[in-house]
Design a protein around this ligand. Sequence first.
Ligand SMILES: Nc1ncnc2c1ncn2[C@@H]1O[C@H](COP(=O)(O)OP(=O)(O)OP(=O)(O)O)[C@@H](O)[C@H]1O
Ligand SMILES: [Mg+2]
Length: 252
Amino acid sequence: MAEGLAVEGLSVGFGGVRALDGVDLALRPGEIVGLVGPNGAGKSTLINCVGGQLEAAAGRVSLDGAPLDSMPPYLRARRGVLRTFQRIAVFPELTVREHLFVAVRARRPAGTRWSELVDRAQPNEAEALAIEEALDRVGLRERADVAVATLPLGACRLVEIARALVGGPRVLLADEPSSGLDPREAETLATVLRSVAGQGTGVLLVEHDLAMVAELCDRVVVLHVGRVIAQGSFAEVMADPTVQRAYLGHAA
Ligand SMILES: Nc1ncnc2c1ncn2[C@@H]1O[C@H](COP(=O)(O)OP(=O)(O)OP(=O)(O)O)[C@@H](O)[C@H]1O
Ligand SMILES: [Mg+2]
């Protein structure tokens, strides 16, 4: 049984567009894998299939050998498959801390009453500790009690990271998490991703900032028009003529 996340033969079509075409990908515990490729390559589609937001036409996704395919996103999240969104998905009127409370409370087993999630419920001691730790890790403690609607994009991305952290990630799927971050926030993000991987979480990092990919990733997978065209170290894939052609649109 393979430890970690395994994606096998994943295919997705949107009308006539083949967004993913037989994609295989493995992510071991503690590994940071960069998923790169030109716009429209299928990176977000892959994340959506692993997170459960999108159903694949063919292929399998499993965690530690257990299939995830028929599970809705909340059950995958309970297994530790957590994500951030390219177009951020936050509740504007909720505070940062409330986002983290909902996420930490959602880890409770099935049967949790909705009122326990959002009503006048208070975090228990362990939940409160997890929330405060995540706030510190992403540097949002001072802004924990403001509505996220008042926060700039960069801070909202860090809210999404913190939300994944309190969910107990075994696999973190981060879809362009550095987009809109200022240099200080980007440094915080890099530190958090490194430390979460250091704790044994596999990180799949979709990232346009190639310097960040080079700095953080143990391995890089290149997608192009729905197919994996190269994988290896950052240096290896960037030296690959097929990759250069995909990025430049002509023979390099
Ligand atoms: N909901 C959808 N309906 C129709 N086509 C879609 C949908 N989502 C994605 N596509 C198409 O599928 C292909 C892959 O899109 P995807 O968003 O996965 O690419 P990406 O690699 O994440 O690109 P980017 O770097 O711009 O985020 C593109 O051709 C895109 O237009
Ligand atoms: Mg995308």
